[in-house]
Design a protein around this ligand. Structure first.
Ligand SMILES: NC(=O)c1ccc[n+]([C@@H]2O[C@H](COP(=O)([O-])OP(=O)(O)OC[C@H]3O[C@@H](n4cnc5c(N)ncnc54)[C@H](OP(=O)(O)O)[C@@H]3O)[C@@H](O)[C@H]2O)c1
Length: 258
């Protein structure tokens, strides 16, 4: 029996990267999977990968009408929701001196407001025992220049994990946060399609004690743990899946040394 046998699980941003890897793992573990995203093409290819039983909904997490429609669809098809992975996000770097109000708002609308209202609007479908996992980022901790707005939008997500958990404990709903380091997904080349710039990749890897980018499947495994009863006494917590970037800064680059 799978770790999520017969559970109804929503993954926002399930048509790419970490979200798609998680949707595949959840399906393999017995869940009924619902994914969202905005891009019709990648939604269609995710549908063919996940199979016809998966529910694929085109929905912008920053648009509250889209969220209402999404949860109405889930209610109609399943009548309940057991797991949410609030994963949809964008990550553009903007120097403090140049970022515009529209760029700032876009980051917070998707990463922070989108996460907030995804959870709020799902509440009526969640039952005792449900699990919510939010996707943050080590950008909230690492002080990389150019990531102030993105890092702040994700620091807010980490805070929401704690505060939602406090409010939902009485309903026996757990809320936890997964915090990825640099993971090899399309997010790194969304601004300039193509493969990840080797210079950027080398700079990222130089900060990782384990000496490589992470894979989306490695985040999915942590999300599965938090989503499943295996973590039944864990709430308000954060799991770093970052190859040691945040906790072992002095070990960065050690794999390159003789
Ligand atoms: N990769 C990393 O190194 C890394 C590190 C730390 C944290 N993260 C976080 O991990 C999450 C997933 O990112 P990823 O690396 O897997 O990148 P990705 O492949 O670019 O996936 C991002 C996903 O979010 C969806 N999305 C973006 N804006 C959306 C919106 N307004 N409404 C609905 N869906 C939306 C995208 O779908 P559409 O394209 O269809 O909109 C896509 O499915 C993000 O929250 C990101 O901040 C990633």
């Amino acid at each position: 029996m799978g770790a999520l046998e017969n559970k109804v699980a929503l993954i926002t941003g399930g048509n790419s990267g970490i979200g798609l890897a998680t949707a595949k793992l959840f399906k393999a573990e017995g869940a009924h999977v619902i994914i969202t995203g905005r891009n019709a093409e990648t939604l269609a290819s995710a549908q063919s990968v996940l199979g016809e039983a998966a529910i694929v909904v085109q929905a912008d997490v920053a648009n509250l009408d889209d969220l209402d429609q999404l949860f109405a669809t889930i209610e109609q098809r399943h009548g309940r929701l057991d797991v949410i992975f609030a994963n949809a996000g964008v990550a553009s770097p903007y120097p403090l001196a140049q970022i515009t109000e529209a760029q700032f708002d876009n980051l917070f609308d998707i990463n922070t407001k989108g996460t907030f209202f995804t959870v709020q609007k799902a509440l009526r479908l969640l039952r005792p025992g449900a699990s919510i996992v939010l996707n943050a980022s080590i950008a909230q901790y690492t002080g990389v220049p150019g990531l102030s707005a993105y890092g702040a939008s994700k620091a807010a997500v980490r805070a929401l994990g704690r505060l939602f958990a406090a409010e939902l404990a009485v309903r026996e709903i757990r809320v936890n946060v997964v915090t990825p380091g640099p993971i090899a997904t399309p997010i790194w080349n969304r601004a300039a399609p193509g493969s990840l710039d080797p210079n950027i990749e080398a700079q990222l890897i130089a900060r990782v004690p384990l000496g490589r980018m992470g894979q989306p499947e490695e985040i999915a495994q942590a999300v599965l743990f938090l989503a499943s009863p295996a973590s039944s006494f864990t709430t308000g917590a954060e799991i770093l899946v970052d190859g040691g970037v945040v906790d072992l800064p002095a070990a960065a680059g050690s794999r390159a040394r003789p």
